[in-house]
Design a protein around this ligand. Structure first.
Ligand code: BES
Ligand code: MN
Ligand code: ZN
Length: 489
């Protein structure tokens, strides 16, 4: 079921009169709250009383849940403190409000922002609602309740002035569509998201949205291009590789495009350098970079900004077999550089490098690759920030700042040449691995060799792209960062 958002001008009183299954009210932020909580709306006294008694602390994340409140048309009302009204406070408030509704059947929701300045945060509010209500369905059996998907079908977003909030609202709609799409593909098990199926997903996206063009190359075309590095990863698999090319050309013909490259390893066993068994299922998420590119294109299709964006997705499995590449094998990338494959589990860089070389043909303004590249990046930065590497300070700053605005954070890591020392090979131009120390940086140094001809950045999303444990599933990161960055151009 797809969730529909609609935007309305609503005062707090009007929101109380609006009949939904549940009403969320984001209180005005602290600076403006004194006058608004005194203003006359049906819950003004209740809120004031609860604040005075200490039952409702004015701090982001604190909520007051009411059932059948007088003057409220909806069954349940949740009042959310907006704290100081920062993007993060507004997100935490919305998430807390949604958590208070967990377990209730809410098909129709109204959310009212009590303070005009909060409407700039609409994409974050809408994202928090979408995140809280997302339901994975693709491989649930018939007869289970999850099969029908998200229960929440309709969300009315109330703001002080709907005309002024329109732009942020439309951004929010596109963001949610893009993130849902990214999650859908990232979460699928590898047997429901083969390279062929990813290619078909990109093709159907293009078919449904004429603003997006798509071309999918197979083994023959990729061989003809000379992508020997990419092909060396696919050798061990029975699933044929795909090289997906997406184009969104909404800008001037003469405007140099931005290229996004997403790592699309649909399952990473490690190859002959086989991984251990524990948690190996999570290597179905090794195509989260690819999913983030698909999601970003889904959002662009919705928003139609005046921009030119190319998406490249090298998609393959990394499997051991009698045909698989062996440690020590030397392979030749599209630009002629030879690579000694010392570890077949460092496969991401062996598919991204050929895509980086391929990207040159577009004379890009910038190239950003997005990859679940190294466990080491997860060790360095955890699940909070993605690793950001760039040869261009301006590009690095743009991406960093877009991440801050979208609350989809990243942190720049270095690219000193000393980190490439360990990549020296006696038998090829470069080796694909160094020692374990600084593994996220050496991986980036490897990629840098293939990204010399344009401003380039690399996002290592290994730590942030999915959650493990009970909450196992895709986060759709960094769709928020990428969309925010592209739209700021
Ligand atoms: N897909 C993995 C990286 C990864 C591992 C992401 C765990 C998230 C969680 C990548 O292909 C890989 O296996 N990298 C190796 C590199 C090493 C062999 C130099 C790694 O991180 O161990
Ligand atoms: Mn690997
Ligand atoms: Zn991998």
């Amino acid at each position: 079921m797809t969730m529909k958002f609609s935007l309305k001008s609503l005062s707090l009183s009007q929101a109380c009169a609006d009949k939904s299954d549940a009403l969320l009210i984001l209180m005005p932020s602290q600076a403006t709250s004194a006058k608004a909580s005194k203003a006359s709306w049906p819950l003004a006294q209740t809120v004031q009383g609860a604040q005075a008694s200490g039952d409702f602390e004015d701090k982001a994340g604190k909520v007051l849940t009411l059932y059948g409140a007088a003057g409220v048309a909806s069954r349940v009302a949740v009042i959310m403190s907006a704290g100081k009204g920062s993007a993060k406070d507004v997100r935490d408030a919305t998430s807390a409000g949604m958590a208070a509704l967990k377990g209730r059947s809410v098909k129709k929701l109204t959310i009212c922002l009590g303070d005009e300045s909060q409407s700039q945060h609409l994409p974050i509010v809408m994202q928090a609602i979408a995140d809280a209500t997302y339901v994975y369905t693709a491989t649930k059996g018939t007869g289970t309740k999850d099969k029908s998907g998200r229960v929440l079908a309709q969300v009315t977003v109330g703001v002080a002035d709907s005309a002024k909030a329109k732009k942020a609202f439309v951004h929010g709609q596109a963001l949610v569509a893009g993130m849902d799409f990214a999650k859908e593909w990232a979460n699928r098990p590898a047997n429901y998201a083969t390279p062929t199926m990813l290619g078909d997903a990109a093709k159907s996206l293009a078919k449904a949205h004429p603003a997006v063009l798509c071309e999918v190359l197979g083994p023959k075309e990729v061989a003809k291009l000379g992508m020997g590095s990419f092909m060396s990863v696919a050798r061990g698999s029975n699933e044929p590789l795909r090289f997906i090319v997406l184009k969104y050309m909404g800008g001037a013909k003469s405007a140099a495009p931005t290229v996004l490259i997403g790592k699309g390893v649909t399952f990473d066993t490690g190859g002959i350098s086989l991984k251990g068994g524990a948690g190996m299922d999570e290597m179905k998420f090794d195509m989260c970079g690819a999913a983030s590119v698909l999601g970003t294109f889904r959002a662009l299709a919705e928003l139609k900004p005046k921009l030119n964006v190319i998406g490249l997705i090298p998609a393959t499995e990394n499997m051991p077999s009698g045909h698989a590449t062996k440690p020590g094998d030397v392979v030749t990338a599209m630009d002629g550089q030879t690579i000694e494959v010392l570890n077949t589990d460092a496969e991401g860089r062996l598919i991204l490098n050929d895509a980086l070389v391929y990207a040159k043909r577009f004379k890009p303004a910038a190239v950003v690759d997005i990859a679940t590249l190294t466990g080491a990046c997860g060790i360095a930065l955890g699940a909070v920030r993605a690793g950001l590497f760039s040869t261009n300070d301006a590009l690095a700053a743009e991406l960093h700042n877009a991440g801050e605005r979208a609350l989809d954070l990243c942190w720049r890591l270095p690219l000193d040449d000393e980190y490439a020392e360990g990549l020296k090979s006696n038998f090829a131009d470069v080796a694909n691995v160094s020692d374990r120390q600084g593994g996220a940086v050496t991986a980036a140094k490897f990629l840098e060799r293939f990204a010399k001809d344009y401003p380039w950045a690399h996002l290592d999303i290994a730590g942030v792209a999915w959650k493990g444990g009970r909450e196992k599933g895709s986060t759709a990161r960094p769709v928020g960062l990428l969309l925010e960055w592209l739209l700021s151009k």
